[in-house]
Design a protein around this ligand. Sequence first.
Ligand code: HEC
Ligand code: HEC
Length: 208
Amino acid sequence: MLRFLMVTPVAIGLSVTFVTAESTIDVTPPAPGSVSKADGLAAWSRIYEVTSHPRCSNCHTGASDRPMWSGPSYGKTRAHGMNIRAGESRMGVEYVPCATCHVTNLNASSTNETPHTAPQVAAPWRLAPIEADWFGRSSQEICTQLRDPDRNGDRTLEDIAAHLDHDVILHWAWNPGGGREAAPYSLQEHVTDILAWGTAGFPCEGDT
Ligand code: HEC
Ligand code: HEC
């Protein structure tokens, strides 16, 4: 079970609530120089299995602003039903907001168990940024995006690991409920692979 940490800074006339997952995993990178390029590439191939899995890529749809559906409930992968579009906001504010159905829910797990219910997590549901374009992309395409600070939200290796640790949206992908297939491996194994890949110098297939 995830536990949630709530921090509520109150400024004059303004109250903002941040909800992030408490750290439950080890995000310490291996010692510099301790991971070979071959081991880094092996870690990458497992990372690609995760990032290209529908539980992740269905929200990482790049320039398309349409989230995808796949799994036993839907048969083949298809565009999200009800003609849902995320718009430039990536949250559907220009059309029907994601939050209309994907309500931000601090106690989401029971709701997510019900088949055909819109998944709900303790953070605003939305599509990933355009640059994090993974749906239908090759190993090399996702690899070169994820190591590029200009396209990965200006994140270092440590920042990527910390993001994976804290982002409650993607934690859902390992516990999606509703009969959906979970993303492969576990959050800890995925983060361990990310740390090994980065320590090996972010090798991608096809690098010269
Ligand atoms: C419900 C939609 C959704 C799902 C499902 C999802 N993501 Fe994301 N992802 C996002 C959003 C939104 C952001 C931008 C978050 C931010 O910048 O704070 C993001 C950003 C990221 C980033 C930051 C790096 C970058 O290039 O922007 C990583 C890494 C990531 N996601 C990994 C994953 C993995 C791994 C999975 C599956 C286990 C996953 N995501 C599933 C919506 C999603
Ligand atoms: C009108 C209600 C509604 C709106 C609005 C909506 N969704 Fe959904 N969404 C659903 C329902 C219902 C499901 C579950 C369908 C099922 O499992 O049969 C779902 C499932 C999903 C899934 C899981 C699919 C999978 O295969 O893992 C993602 C991702 C998703 N929605 C993204 C979004 C995004 C992003 C937005 C906003 C741009 C959005 N949705 C807006 C109702 C909605």
